[in-house]
Design a protein around this ligand. Structure first.
Ligand code: SF4
Length: 313
């Protein structure tokens, strides 16, 4: 019900992919075991919100083919139980920084995924500062062969916030990567976090306006969560950080969406943490309640994506 109410107001990824591929599509998240250049001996300590495992699910020791097989079995089982057709598959190089390897190594990993039977496309998630000309060349070549989009972490369009979360790159770096991708006709999805330390409604809205100006294809929204092992956990436990309430988040998310053009594809509205690693806020463990709150807020305020975006008028 909430999904239907939200779909009427937001340009959600599911219907967009269904129209593009002519049926249901599902991503299989992959961990290529590449790690993150922002961590380790050569790194600068990692982002403060990111726990040691990042977005990985500990599968980095398995081959790409094996991870795709496991993902496919899971999806096939789910489809059979629900009496639904099997979705087409997208290989989602998701964990850590998926361009953090020499281009030859990356080419072999991506090729292994492409060879998986029935694969419909590739998704590559990375940092904007981990893309040099040879990597751009590789990604462009692949994008000429099959559907592909690039996911780039931004988190916030505010330099002080980027410094405070130890992002390790500035806004200009992200903007330049988006420009490079657009020059090559590659679709970009920006990752943002709503509720970062020191940010309020105005910061969130300004980040949306910045992304609207850049002309990104999609946006993946996360709500700030304090996860076990992330540097932010120390701030939270010492009382230096109070995550947003559900009401604060839903107002900010609605305002953010209202400032994005209607054609921007929303890949995610709220994050889905494993309950075992979530410290706060408690409401983040209930994605259903978060979506309900957002749907209610948008309905009560009669807001839809793009309503406060000048280019939508
Ligand atoms: S969020 Fe991404 S870039 Fe930042 S530390 Fe985690 S894996 Fe590295």
């Amino acid at each position: 019900m909430d999904a239907a109410r939200l779909a009427a107001r937001i340009n959600l990824l599911g219907p967009v992919l269904k129209a593009r591929f002519g049926g249901p599509v599902a991503k299989i998240g992959l961990d290529a075991g590449l790690g993150c250049p922002h961590r380790g001996p050569q790194g600068r300590g990692g982002c403060t919100f990111c726990p040691p495992g990042g977005a990985g699910r500990g599968l980095g020791h398995l081959s790409i083919t094996r991870q795709l097989e496991l993902g496919y079995q899971r999806l096939a089982g789910r489809a059979a139980r629900a009496g639904r057709p099997l979705p087409r598959l997208l290989a989602y190089f998701q964990a850590h920084t998926s361009t953090h390897a020499p281009p030859g190594v990356l080419a072999a990993l991506f090729q292994e995924a492409i060879a998986f039977p029935g694969l419909a496309g590739l998704v590559v998630s990375t940092r904007p500062d981990c893309l040099d000309p040879p990597r751009w060349e590789l990604i462009s070549r692949l994008a000429g062969r099959l559907p592909l989009w690039l996911e780039l972490g931004l988190q916030s369009a505010h330099e002080p916030t980027l410094a405070a979360i130890n992002r390790g790159h500035g806004l200009a770096c992200f903007d330049a990567a988006v420009a490079q991708a657009k020059d090559r006709g590659i679709e970009v999805v920006a990752h943002v976090i709503l509720g970062l330390p020191g940010e309020g409604l105005e910061h969130t809205r300004a980040t949306a306006r910045h992304l609207a100006g850049l002309g990104v294809w999609g946006v993946k929204m996360h709500n700030l969560m304090v996860l076990q092992g992330a540097p932010l956990a120390d701030d939270y436990q010492a009382g230096r950080l109070t995550p947003w309430s559900l009401d604060e988040w839903s107002a900010a998310a609605a305002g953010f969406l209202a400032r994005l053009p209607r054609q921007v594809v929303i890949h995610r509205l709220v994050a889905d943490p494993g309950p075992e690693r979530l410290l706060a806020p408690a409401w983040a463990a209930r994605k259903d309640l978060a979506l309900q709150a957002l749907a209610r807020y948008m309905q009560e305020h009669n807001l839809s994506q793009g309503d406060a975006c000048p280019s939508a008028k």
